[in-house]
Design a binder for this molecule. Structure first.
Ligand code: NI
Length: 377
């Protein structure tokens, strides 16, 4: 175990020094493949430029998957760590280096017990989580069709290092994007009567949008709607012809997600009409709300507790996570791993306590092994 911890810390620090952002995880892909090959683990032929799919076990069913993501963020690191990023403007500020190292450790541990496994564990080293690319890209290869259940984890700087956060049902949100372009009629700043000014229309629209959450969506549903960028005009004495804004809406269920989109469209359209403008709404659905299966959340909790790992009840988060895509048609559980209380995910000073790498790897390995045994019964 001591050896595993040392090996995982080395690989974690190597990844941390060399962060690669979404779809460019070539070096990381190489590191993962090398580690798996060294340990005699079967690598599958994933037809994507980055990312790795591997498996341990009998090669037959039941098949369950463990998933880690690999990509870094376009953030300039400011941790001062001895193994800080050597790539200007890029950083593992979301702990994906920790996820990948933990899954490599789990792979090695599962390989040692391969003969005793009651099925197959598919290992997903996923690229491009931060841009909502990797989960769908791997699913679309069809190489996960035999997977019955999925497990994954994410670092959490709000939890003490070594404690897990687990919760059943909705735990993360759909981080959807919307953009609204308001068409009016521009002209002289002194002659509004000859124009259709889109600026007051935009101001009203922002306030009306804020009431979608407070007045139209159930108070028992979590929902966030933020207008995060607005723009109109380029000087002081001209009424602009158009105004635009963009933002995000986040919900924890498909029903609220559908309702939210409908209400944004309806609100933009109605407010624009009241001002004599027209509104063009674009809406992009990113990853789905992440819903943990209650039985698997309970299984993960009991497994951790059986290993002496403390578990707290995880608070839901309105951040998005594309692990949710794997759970569209299959049950699964996404676990938070406390990595020491500190700056938030995506913050330039975000750090992870690497001393819990081997323990996290063991948790994943035991979880998969026990779950396969349970499924085989
Ligand atoms: Ni992340």
């Amino acid at each position: 175990m001591q050896d595993l911890q040392r090996t995982l810390e080395e690989i974690f620090q190597d990844m941390h020094r060399h962060p690669e952002t979404a779809k460019e995880e070539f070096r990381t892909t190489g590191l993962v493949r090398d580690f798996l090959s060294t340990h005699g683990i079967r690598i599958l032929d994933l037809p994507l430029p980055t990312g790795v799919l591997a498996q341990v076990g009998t090669g037959r069913g039941p098949v369950i998957a463990l998933r880690a993501d690999m990509d870094a963020l376009p953030v300039q690191e400011a941790t001062g760590l001895p193994y800080a990023s050597e790539v200007p403007g890029k950083m593992h500020a979301c702990g994906h280096d920790f996820h990948t190292s933990s899954l490599l450790g789990a792979a090695a541990l599962l390989k040692e017990k391969e003969a005793q496994l009651k099925g197959t564990v598919r290992l997903i080293f996923q690229p491009g989580e931060e841009i909502n690319y990797g989960a769908l890209a791997i699913l679309q290869t069809g190489m996960l069709e035999d997977v019955l259940e999925y497990f994954g984890l994410h670092t959490d700087p709000n939890i003490e290092a070594g404690t897990l956060g687990i919760r059943e049902n909705a735990i993360m949100a759909s981080p959807d994007w919307f953009g609204i372009r308001i068409e009016g009629k521009g002209g002289h700043g002194a002659q509004p009567q000859n124009c259709i000014d889109p600026v007051p229309c935009m101001a009203s629209m922002i306030l009306a949008l804020q009431q979608v959450v407070s007045r139209r969506i159930s108070p028992f549903s979590a929902c966030v709607l933020s207008v995060t960028r607005v723009s109109a005009g380029n000087t002081w004495n001209v009424i602009p012809g158009t105004a635009e804004m963009e933002g995000t809406i986040r919900t924890l269920s498909d029903e609220d997600r559908n309702l939210g989109e409908e209400l944004i469209r309806q609100t933009a359209d109605s407010v624009a009409k009241a001002y004599g403008c027209t509104a063009n709404v674009e809406y992009t659905r990113n990853s789905r709300p992440l819903i943990n299966h209650p039985r698997l959340a309970e299984f993960a909790t009991k497994t951790a507790q059986g290993m002496g790992i403390p578990v707290i009840r995880q608070e839901p988060s309105m951040i998005g996570e594309d692990f949710a895509e794997y759970l569209k048609d299959r049950p699964g559980c996404f676990v938070r791993v406390g990595t020491g209380i500190g700056p938030a995910l995506h913050h330039p000073q975000f750090t992870v306590d690497p001393s819990i790498l081997s323990r996290t790897a063991s948790f994943l390995a035991v979880l998969a092994e026990r779950r396969l045994s349970e499924m085989a019964e």
